[in-house]
Design a binder for this molecule. Structure first.
Ligand code: IMP
Length: 179
């Protein structure tokens, strides 16, 4: 897999630091609120697993499977809920965990849905923020690192379902996705 990567953008060590930093902030913010930390599958898995071990207060976990990409490198804006939450969010504080916020469409749809279902608050924690890709107004409350508008893989992020298990985030060589 490493040979398909043009350069490492966020190293494993940097991701560790990000998880620790955000864990401290989230612990302080949510210590008396018993929030639901919702992961958006499948991209959330490595970062969510790392982050929650740095949150030092009670949390509940929930998962949704939402698709916005269909094998390519561009978001389509066509969001499908493939697996819904199995716990009610009414009157609960909710933290959505994402690998990356790009156009913002996916998170916006999910935020609106959770608010409509009566969540007391909805915030977003994301490992990566790609603000140059934004097409809807959305500012994640907790950001690991801001990256330029490039297609990245690793640490949950995929191209054609591959590379999610890379232990870092890297820029994929163009020749790989233009084949
Ligand atoms: P958005 O709706 O455009 O914000 O896209 C969010 C989803 O698109 C993320 O959860 C990823 O699955 C995917 N995505 C956005 N940018 C990238 C990227 O650079 N590499 C891989 N997946 C991406």
């Amino acid at each position: 897999m490493d040979k398909d990567i043009e350069r490492v953008l966020v190293s494993k060590e940097e991701i560790d630091e990000i998880a620790k930093r955000l864990g401290v902030i989230l612990t302080e913010e949510y210590k008396d609120k018993f929030p639901i930390v919702i992961g958006l599958l499948k991209g959330c898995v490595p970062f969510m697993a790392r982050l929650i071990t740095e949150i030092k207060c009670h949390i509940e976990l929930g998962f949704m499977d939402v698709s916005s990409y269909h094998g390519g490198i561009e978001s389509t804006g066509d969001i499908k809920i493939k697996k819904d939450l199995d716990i009610p969010v009414q009157d609960r504080h909710v933290i959505i965990t994402e690998d990356i916020v790009d156009t913002g469409r996916t998170i916006k749809v999910i935020m609106d849905l959770l608010k409509y279902r009566g969540a007391k608050s909805v915030s977003v924690v994301t490992l990566l923020d790609k603000p140059a890709g934004r097409v809807v107004k959305l500012d994640p409350e907790y950001i690991g690192v801001t990256i330029p508008k490039e297609f990245v893989v690793g640490y949950g992020l995929d191209f054609d379902e591959k590379y999610r298990n890379l232990p870092y985030v890297g820029v994929l060589k163009k020749e790989v996705y233009s084949k």
